[in-house]
Design a protein around this ligand. Structure first.
Ligand SMILES: Cc1ncc(COP(=O)(O)O)c(C=O)c1O
Length: 498
């Protein structure tokens, strides 16, 4: 697992040559990170051709939709990323909570296809992945491996999903339809927080040089992609509020961490607006808060470790949310009784109609944003920004289990009111820590056991990440990779703008 996708030069010319050949034959043009951050830079020619492409098809042009600016039907480009601004009637706090919607991404209707592309693209253009001879291995708790399998299919190479057997049925149904062979879905023991079991399986697969492990927890492409592409998208959303809210501040950016890729957008928002960065985890597995461990159902935020790509010493708060809260609020947002109750509270109809865009971890982010707003005593001009990784479509089977388990008499208006009162209006300042320098170091140090002891990362490389200067230098990779992507595209000539 030593490789971390940090190369800025060609590593293997023969591998690079084979990748160019495959991309030329399959007519795959790669978008640059700058294009994904600001899709207005994508040529009109490509935009025009994209109009005829189904957003859920394994079509190479869909790589040019791996950004936040897709319209509600995901076909056309929106001038501002699709988002919700949650009002007091839905949150109980004055601070507006801004949520960017990840279910507008192509192929998997979740933003993790961006992480998959961000990990793979640098590998391709530095000659570290051979799509003709090698298999791409995507370790994940669900959405990243779907994104990876989608991109592998576009490349015409074998993509292997490694995920815990306990993840939602919808994820497995999707994978069944996309993998080249059923053996390309590898189920590891456990559920959401069993990430170590995923690492162990990857270590076994890595013995075979035909397998390339694209480990999102350790690939800095994941961090950098979100820093620029997600960070810039959130900035565009904030700036779009200016005409109505000229004094709007971005007080915090909230992100439940799985691989800790998304939270890198907080680094962007901190530089731009001074936003505090809030890392969120499941209360049932409070690794950052208490060095804790445990099982939970907030799918996508696997835990019991601190990812190598988490910029821990730039994190300001840690918040834990119970999966009882996320499960039950999912029921409020996705049942007739829940929606009727919210309507009675004065939540606008247009917003209620969009609540299906919020999956379990998205609800987790929103609950953590509410707790943050309370802890920081934020007012109406102090926004909390966050994202919705995926929508509720991935969790219908979970919803059925939750209602049978927690509301055996049925989910009615009383259940909706009680659930909302308990988990949303009642969200308090508990299980929340404003980090001191000692707290940051404690969390940073916890990563030692995974990365240095277990996964063999050299101590000096591990330690370097304590310093913010290291992370600032890291960003210089983005323009380097973009130049390499341009050169790669020139060589393949694929889908060149006419
Ligand atoms: C549903 C869901 N929510 C949240 C996350 C966490 O995002 P990140 O891995 O960028 O920290 C993931 C990651 O796979 C996810 O699938």
């Amino acid at each position: 697992m030593g490789q971390q996708g940090l190369e800025r030069d060609l590593v293997d010319a023969a591998v690079y040559e084979r990748a160019t050949q495959r991309f030329r034959d399959a007519k795959i043009r790669m978008p640059t990170f700058a294009e994904l951050a600001e899709p207005a830079r994508i040529s009109d020619d490509i935009e025009g051709r994209l109009a005829a492409v189904d957003p859920d098809a394994p079509d190479p042009l869909n790589l040019f939709r791996v950004h936040w600016f897709n319209d509600a039907d995901r076909r056309a480009r929106a001038s501002v990323p699709q988002h919700l601004v949650l009002p007091t009637s839905l949150t109980g706090v004055e601070a507006p909570i801004i949520v960017a919607l990840g279910n507008r991404f192509p192929m998997i209707a979740a933003h993790k296809v961006l992480a998959a592309y961000s990990c793979l693209a640098p590998r391709i253009v530095t000659g570290q992945f051979d799509p003709i001879e090698q298999r791409a291995i995507w370790p994940s708790t669900g959405n990243y491996c779907r994104g990876g399998v989608a991109i592998s299919r576009i490349m015409g190479c074998r993509g292997v999903a490694v995920l815990p057997e306990g993840m939602s049925q919808e994820r497995f149904d999707w994978l069944d339809q996309w993998v080249a062979d059923p053996s390309d879905i590898i189920r590891t023991p456990g559920t959401e927080s069993n990430v170590k079991e995923i690492y162990d399986k990857c270590a076994e697969l890595a013995q075979d040089s035909a397998n390339v492990i694209l480990n999102q927890f350790a690939e800095f492409g994941n961090h950098l992609g979100h820093y620029l592409v997600t960070g810039r998208a959130l900035e565009a959303i904030v700036e779009a509020q200016r005409p109505e809210r000229p004094d709007l501040e971005v007080a915090a950016f909230v992100s439940a961490t799985g691989s800790a890729g998304t939270i890198a957008a907080g680094d962007w928002l901190k530089d731009r607006y001074g936003a505090k960065i809030v890392a969120v985890e499941a209360l049932e597995c409070p690794t950052l808060l208490e060095n804790g461990f445990g099982e939970h159902n907030i799918q996508g935020i696997g835990d019991k470790h601190v990812p190598l790509i988490h910029n821990v010493t730039n994190t300001d708060l840690v918040v834990a949310i119970s999966d009882v809260a996320t499960d039950q609020v999912l029921a409020v947002f996705n049942t007739d009784a829940g929606r009727a109750y919210l309507s009675g509270r004065g939540v606008p109809a247009a917003l209620i109609a969009e609540l299906g865009s919020l999956g379990i971890s998205s609800i987790c982010n929103i609950l953590a944003a509410i707790k943050t707003a309370k802890a920081l005593d934020l007012g109406p001009n102090q926004a909390v920004a966050t994202i919705a990784t995926d929508g509720a479509a991935m969790y219908q089977s979970e919803l059925d289990k939750i209602t049978a388990r927690d509301f055996p008499g049925g989910f009615d208006g009383v259940a909706a009111a009680e659930t909302f009162g308990r988990h949303v209006l009642g969200a308090g300042e508990d299980h929340l820590l404003e980090l001191t320098r000692t707290d940051r170091d404690r969390i940073f140090n916890l990563g030692y056991f995974t990365w240095v002891e277990q996964q063999g990362i050299p101590l000096a490389e591990f330690e370097a990440r304590r310093d913010q200067g290291w992370w600032r230098d890291l960003r210089s990779l983005l323009p380097v990779w973009d130049e390499m992507i341009d050169e790669f595209n020139d060589r393949t000539g694929a889908n060149a703008p006419s």
